[in-house]
Design a protein around this ligand. Structure first.
Ligand code: MRU
Length: 379
């Protein structure tokens, strides 16, 4: 099913195809992904029949974004269990597919624990597989609910920080329905502002090198009829100095216990710019993204991606036959080395607030985050 990139009006979902779904055709259970490497040109489904295929989809960013990685990881364990593969082997491979977004390991752990608990109780592998699937489905549903609550809390915060509305919001990477069981994290807040007539403009960083902003956030903004403008990442500074940004809203891949925020590379420079220009820098993420076991920013493992993502420009849906490495168009001299961390870490002192489904933490301190996590685990 292909759907050309169009600026359509209001639309409940950003595309006709959900980002992820479980299906049970006669040949056996499968996990169906909307292949995000093909967007915005085509809406193409990618069908995974086993964990190795899902690991590859995660590494290639066909499925991506912290909350969705958690959901995918949980379904991946359920898939391995339902098809009779080695669940521990699948869980290890899935949890290690990408290192930074803690949600991935959390989702895998949750489904694996459900599987093991049922196996220990009943000794029945079929029932254990059902328990893993139920856990994945519950996580999927909870993420949708968390997304709605983050949007509410985030909107209330915007109203408090920026009374009068007419917000001009700058965002980075992609944080909408494509990364969530619901409408996302930071993007869901911007979408709420749009729906209540309070969004003047969504500034969308293109997000080099893989262009999640240009390809995915612009796609979601267009599908929702939002007023948006795309910019190169390097243009953000001049936008701030022109007084055109009222707030920065981003998501997170992992929040350390001290409040350090790992997110798509390019987020930290925005935090520095925001502080210099006295603009709120707001992080929106579910509680599952907070990792009490990671004490500080320096302890967060930042994924390093292949250099060819930088030395080549890749239109992901159009592989170039015969090109080296990543199949893109080389733009740097042959043999150029590239520095390509997928994420960077923003220290807590540059973060105005962290918005979660359980409420807002501001100022961002280790104590406040511990308190929030304790409250959330009691629910
Ligand atoms: O490498 P990606 O595309 O998986 O990176 C995604 C991001 O950095 C998002 O901003 C983050 O996961 C937050 S999504 C709610």
């Amino acid at each position: 099913m292909a759907d050309q990139y169009v600026q359509s009006g209001e639309d409940k979902r950003p595309s006709g195809i959900p980002a992820i779904r479980w299906d049970e055709p006669p040949e056996g259970p499968v996990l169906v992904l909307l292949d995000q490497t093909r967007l915005p040109a085509e809406e193409v489904e990618l069908v995974c029949t086993d964990a190795p295929a899902l690991v590859e989809a995660i590494r290639s960013l066909a499925v991506r974004g912290a909350p969705l990685l958690g959901i995918a990881g949980a379904y991946g364990v359920a898939l391995a269990a339902a098809r009779g593969f080695d669940v521990d082997e699948a869980a290890t491979a899935l949890a290690g597919a990408r290192p930074t977004a803690v949600n991935l390991a959390v989702g895998v752990r949750r489904a694996r624990s459900a599987y093991l608990a049922e196996l220990a109780k009943s000794g029945d592998a079929g029932r254990a597989a059902e328990a893993a699937l139920a856990a994945a489905r519950a996580l999927h549903q909870e993420d949708a609910e968390a997304s709605a609550r983050m949007a509410e809390h985030g909107m209330a915060l915007l109203e408090e920080l920026l009374p009068g509305g007419g917000h001009r919001i700058l965002t980075h990477c992609n944080t909408g329905s494509l990364v969530s069981g619901g409408e996302g994290t930071a993007f869901a807040v911007a979408l709420t502002a749009h729906r209540v007539g309070q969004l003047r403009r969504l500034w969308v960083d293109e997000t080099r090198p893989l262009l999640q902003g240009a390809r995915l956030t612009a796609y979601e903004a267009a599908r929702n009829g939002m007023a948006y403008t795309l910019l190169t990442d390097g243009a953000a500074g001049s936008l701030f100095s022109a007084g055109e940004v009222d707030a920065v809203l981003i998501g997170a891949d992992r929040i350390a216990a001290d409040g350090s925020v790992a997110n798509k590379v390019g987020s930290y420079p925005l935090a520095v710019l925001a502080r210099y220009h006295h603009v709120p820098f707001i992080v929106v993420a579910p509680v599952t993204t907070i990792d009490p076991d990671t004490p500080d920013g320096a302890s967060i493992e930042v994924e390093q991606r292949p250099g060819h993502e930088v030395t080549e420009v890749t239109a992901p849906q159009v592989p170039v036959a015969g090109a080296e490495a990543g199949g893109g168009i080389p733009v740097a001299p042959l043999g150029t080395q590239a520095y390509n961390p997928a994420f960077d870490v923003t220290p807590p002192e540059l973060v105005t607030a962290i918005v979660t489904e359980e409420g807002v933490v501001s100022p961002v301190t280790a104590e406040a985050l511990t308190e929030l996590c304790a409250r959330s685990s009691q629910v």
